[in-house]
Design a protein. Structure first.
Length: 181
């Protein structure tokens, strides 16, 4: 909802509506307070229907730990989807911590591998989605300012914030007087 429009890949801008959210809430995963990226990926696969509903319409799941080979070395993309509206592959990389700029180059590398090895001639360039537990929009903007690859950085939450926090934020956004019960 609050995404910076200038950071959107061209293929997403052409679609007219952004199929990617700035933040995802995945309460259905029921993960403990301490978990690893592998636990997050396995929980998403186990709850794939709910995950796709959270992502939005037109996403089709292809594979988990999708293998690409470059220079004789194997690399694995956490989750690979196809988006029917964008007509492109969507690589999703999962990070359990805060966004770090170096994540961009890894995802950029995966997108290049997908475009050279997997993408069909009639498909648009692949899009990457980096899903982090937290992000700083300014750090993301700096990290992505020189990349040519179509990618986005979103954050996830394992539960919705407290109702009072949501009400306060909504009041700030729409500049309405505070509701008192």
């Amino acid at each position: 909802m609050l995404s910076k429009e200038n950071l959107l890949p061209e293929s997403v801008k052409k679609l007219g509506e952004n199929p990617f959210l700035d933040s995802y809430v995945m309460e259905f995963l029921n993960l403990p307070n301490e978990f690893h990226e592998n636990d997050l990926r396995k929980a998403l696969i186990k709850n794939m229907k709910d995950f796709i509903l959270e992502l939005g319409k037109d996403f089709t799941f292809i594979d988990e730990e999708y293998k690409v080979q470059v220079g004789g070395d194997d690399f694995r993309i956490d989750l690979l989807f196809y988006h029917r509206g964008l007509q492109c592959l969507v690589a999703i990389e999962l990070k359990i911590g805060k966004f770090k700029p170096e994540y961009i180059s890894k995802l950029d590398f995966y997108l290049e591998a997908l475009d050279r090895q997997v993408k069909k001639d009639n498909e648009n360039p692949s899009v990457g989605l980096l899903l982090c537990a937290a992000k700083n929009d300014e750090v993301v903007e700096y990290a992505m300012s020189r990349t040519m690859s179509p990618m986005l950085v979103s954050q996830y939450q394992l539960q919705l914030p407290d109702k009072a926090v949501l009400e306060k934020k909504l009041q700030q956004l729409v500049n309405i007087p505070q509701i008192v019960e």
